[in-house]
Each structure stands twice: as structure tokens, then as C-alpha cells.
Ligand binder design. Sequence first.
Ligand code: SF4
Length: 131
Amino acid sequence: MENVTKVPHRLNVVGDFYVTDGCCTACGVPEANAPNLFAYDPERHCYVCRQPVTPSELDGMVAAMAQQELGCIRYRGMDAAVMKALLERGEGSQVDRLHEQRHLHVESSRGRVQHPVLSWLAKIVRWTTGL
Ligand code: SF4
């Protein structure tokens, strides 16, 4: 089931990753994948207590997003590398502003080029999510 409210939990720290309010089943996914980035309120609803900084923390956040069942954890930033990582894990529907990122790029020997697979992935996500 996808959470569609996109209303952030009041205790999320400022930043690109956030947990939406009211969808929690205390799934255990956040603490299993990124224990330093999530905390629980008194009602046992998780929220983002720290944004990922290091590559391993970002990997943990992306893994939590890939394994969550209710779509509570979302990304509202515009970093193409983060969007690419989430698209590759099938989590494009968790990216709030994917429709604003018209051209995802990858580095190649010819410089910065648009990758056709990423372009198609972005289009498919936009078609299926209506974003
Ligand atoms: S990811 Fe969702 S269901 Fe899991 S603990 Fe956090 S808010 Fe609850």
C-alpha cells in the first residue's frame, strides 16, 4: 500500500528525507537499515532524526526506503544521484519532485550525458504515478 498523504511527521529534522505522518505500523525497517537516522515518537511512529551524510548512511536510507511496506519514507530533494539510486531500487514513486528532474544524467567518457534507460525509467514512473 502506498502512503499518499505526503504530510510530514512533525518531528522530522529539516532535510530532504522525511517520514509521512499517520501511516505507521512500527514495521522495524528503519532501525534495521539506518538505526542512526530514525527515532520513534511516544506513539511508536518513526521519523527522520538525522539526515544521511556519508555514503553508507545514504545507502542505509535508500535500503530502508526500498524495504518499507507503506511508503512512509519519502525524498523531497533534487539531487540527481539520490534520485538515480532510488529509481534503480524501484522507489521512484517515493520521490516528490521527480517530475521536475526532466533529465537524469550519468558521467561517461564523453562527459555528462543523459542515460536513455534513466530517461525511460523516469517516464514510466511519471506515467504510473501521475507525477
Ligand atoms: S517506515 Fe513507516 S511503518 Fe515503518 S516504522 Fe517508519 S513510519 Fe512506521
